[in-house]
Design a binder for this molecule. Sequence first.
Ligand SMILES: CC(=O)N[C@@H](CC(=O)O)C(=O)NC[C@H](CC1(C(=O)N[C@@H](Cc2ccc(O)cc2)C(=O)O)CCCC1)C(=O)O
Ligand SMILES: [Zn+2]
Length: 601
Amino acid sequence: SEQLEEDARNFLHELDVKGSEECTVATMTSWNYASDITEKHKKEKAAAELKYAEWEKEAWERVRKWNGKWETLSDPYLKRQFKFMSILGTAALPKHDLEKYNNLVTEMSTVYSTAKICDYKNPRSCKLELEPDLTKILRTSRDYDELEHVWKMWRYNTGRRIRDHYKLFVRLANKAAKLNGFDNMGDMWLYPYESDTFRDDLAELWQQLNPLYQQLHAYVRRKLRQKYGEHYVTRRGPIPAHLLGNMWAQNWGHIYDLAIPFPHKASLDVTPQMVSKGYTPRRMFELSEEFFVSLNLTRMPPEFWQHSIIEKPQGRDLVCHASAWDFCNAKDFRIKQCTEVTMNDLITVHHEMGHVEYFLQYQNLPKAFRDGANPGFHEAVGDVLALSVSTPKHLLKIGLLNEVQDDPEADINFLLSMALSKITFLPFGYLIDLWRWDVFSGKTLENDWNCAWWDLRYKLQGIKPPVQRSEYDFDPGAKYHIPGNTPYIRYFVSFVVQFQFHKALCIKAGEYDPLDPSKPLHKCDIDHSTEAGNALGDMLQLGSSKEWPEALEILTGTRKMDASVIREYFKPLELWLAKDNERHGEFIGWETDEILCTSEV
Ligand SMILES: CC(=O)N[C@@H](CC(=O)O)C(=O)NC[C@H](CC1(C(=O)N[C@@H](Cc2ccc(O)cc2)C(=O)O)CCCC1)C(=O)O
Ligand SMILES: [Zn+2]
């Protein structure tokens, strides 16, 4: 009835205003803790989390009173808000359980963010931190034993120390999920994807992408065998995980120098040019903002520049892992990033600013809709712009390259550098929550946690630990998102859909034409295209007010995740890798009879 509709609008508006105010308070205490880890900030954050949970519970109980009525409303926009506000979340836990749950997550995050290890070359000095020290060693060292030391000690001082926390955490998480009507927390995490074929769809995407990954894996293994010798990197075995330039082997971009196909061509890593041109983190953020503005998207507000932390502050502990923050008041948006002047961090700056651009585009929607169409969309925005920024053509435009070699060999070099961060990430992006879903569902028992992790790491990534692991270790806990309790499948989704977004925007920018060989997808740069920017903005403004297939269709014309676009982007490389591997008689895939992880405790 008209009256019911009117009452519903007023009711939702009241909850929206109050919910945003409560959200601002809670987010501020979370920011204070993440940017300055002290006992005082920890206590204030814990108290604010409980207070926010009380509000969520009150709001949820008032929404429940509308059950049987809101379903009869005719306006889908109102019904969708009621649908989302009918899920309470972890606030459904009894207060003492919620306090325990929150403290476990904060405690695990603190262990991770404050962990330090001793220097391999100077064992009495024990203050090396993940950022910048350990990431720098993993990125630059080619000393097999030094890399093994750093890899092992990081896991000793993080994962091993939170294994027991995680046991309790899983039980409480599942208790909360059941109170929300889900079988376990894994199912509750998948709710925002609103699809009962989602897991199957993901498995299908991985099947389509695995062959390309295996070709790249075989090629890189040969290059690493040349560097470290056949004893360490065997012909047919998995690659030792600590040789891939990254603490988790999730991005192999930093061993590009060992893998470059045509070494006599110009390097594409513009870090040296950034340093020699006196780039600062501030300049990197302004460069990224300029790109968004060139697309006719929204510039960062003054508060962003006032309150963001874009360089590592000295003399205090903080969560250095980059992050973007929405303070729920359509005014205060921030990034916290311990930025270094490297190309990799320039990409990360775009990733984080992509989150803020999404926050800005949907800031006037009701709070229930101030999210990505699905979490993977939120992760894709910044990466889409970074696909354009990474092209030699764009780097020339912004003065970070002084020449572009436009020939097939330079093309293969470029595509390989992109594949070392985009294709290598796919199995990792998939397996993190494959492991966690099995842990939440009980399919993987506590005594098998670490060896189940290494089964997946071996099966999907074709890597192995440099030293044998056991169930005394807890290697998943050495990756930020596990102690941080952040779902991860969003990144796998993002790495597929970001290429679909890229293709749609490149067509609108006139930068891609499937029939024009001079305009392949991987050479497209959408900067300064307001057609592309307006199309992207139109989708971002929807927030989560429409189901994600509809948002995807508005931008790309399709309603499904489609792996054929990322494969089209890398097609020239895929052909070249297959030929090169065949020429060298490379074994595609991996096998081993080594015991990677012993399960007796
Ligand atoms: C308040 C809050 O927490 N906000 C959320 C955002 C939101 O939910 O609104 C947030 O800021 N999350 C932090 C997280 C940081 C990063 C990350 O963790 N990345 C993944 C995977 C990956 C790797 C390469 C890549 O190109 C893209 C992704 C990893 O490093 O493993 C680190 C560097 C990049 C992004 C992020 O921004 O997603
Ligand atoms: Zn992100």
